[in-house]
Design a protein around this ligand. Structure first.
Ligand SMILES: [Fe+2]
Length: 241
């Protein structure tokens, strides 16, 4: 079963990810080489960037899908966005432009701040769930709030899910992130692993090594669950394994 990448910045020229069609093609080829068959590019849903406009992202996704087809790169693209955990996101969930994952929009990729604590995190998860959306937290191992003892377990208990950045296990984001990632993976807290790929050139090594590290720690069944089975369920709007 091919992998499904739920977090990457493959769409060029709209956020801090790929900056040209050439880079997008290089990144897409890299994903396919690594075993990916599908991807849900997740441009930052931030008003200050072009990617803050869902119409811009959708147009670029269609354009890139056509480009991949023309180049014969077998990577299917699904709708997605990387949402900040803020009031604007919560308000968005009430309207048509939820910016969730896939056609179902049942799951949404959300990032907590890297450096700021979020004392109300449990309440926020509860409020998101009440709106009929399940939050998939991007790279909790990089967010200071998840250093709080028991926080990751609590989020999962409340119906949230956690997404590991593949490179975290090989130190791509520093020692603290690596340790937290090892801890969360060991405790079975991650539901999904994703690349968070921005620029293809610098990513090949840490993605190859990171995927190997997941397999070493979680076995091939664990790798399949994190990179293929659960991401596919997220896109389909299903419960996770
Ligand atoms: Fe990201």
């Amino acid at each position: 079963m091919g992998f499904v990448d739920l977090h990457n910045h493959l769409l060029y020229g709209i956020d801090d990810g790929c900056d040209s069609p050439g880079e997008t093609l290089e990144a897409a080829r890299l994903l396919v080489e690594l075993g990916y068959a599908e991807a849900a590019p997740s441009p930052h849903a931030i008003a200050e960037l072009p990617s803050g406009d869902p119409a811009v992202c959708e147009a670029r996704r269609a354009e890139v899908a056509a480009l991949l087809a023309r180049e014969g790169i077998p990577l299917a693209l699904h709708p997605n966005a990387e949402n900040r955990l803020d009031e604007a996101f919560l308000e968005r969930l009430d309207g048509p432009a939820r910016r969730g994952i896939g056609a179902t929009q049942r799951w949404a990729l959300v990032e907590a701040p890297f450096q700021l604590e979020v004392p109300a995190l449990a309440d926020l998860v509860f409020r998101i769930r009440r709106k009929g959306v399940s939050p998939l937290f991007a790279h909790p191992e990089r967010c200071v709030e998840f250093e709080r003892a028991g926080r990751a377990e609590e989020v999962v208990r409340l119906g949230g899910a956690l997404q590991l950045n593949v490179g975290a296990l090989v130190g791509a984001y520093g020692k603290t992130a690596r340790k937290l990632a090892e801890h969360f993976l060991g405790d079975g807290l991650y539901a999904v692993a994703a690349t968070d790929l921005h620029a293809p050139r610098s990513a090949r090594r840490f993605l190859e090594d990171g995927l190997a590290a997941i397999e070493k720690r979680a076995g091939s069944a664990g790798l399949q669950r994190l990179c293929a089975e659960n991401p596919r369920r997220v896109v389909a709007g299903e419960e996770l394994a």
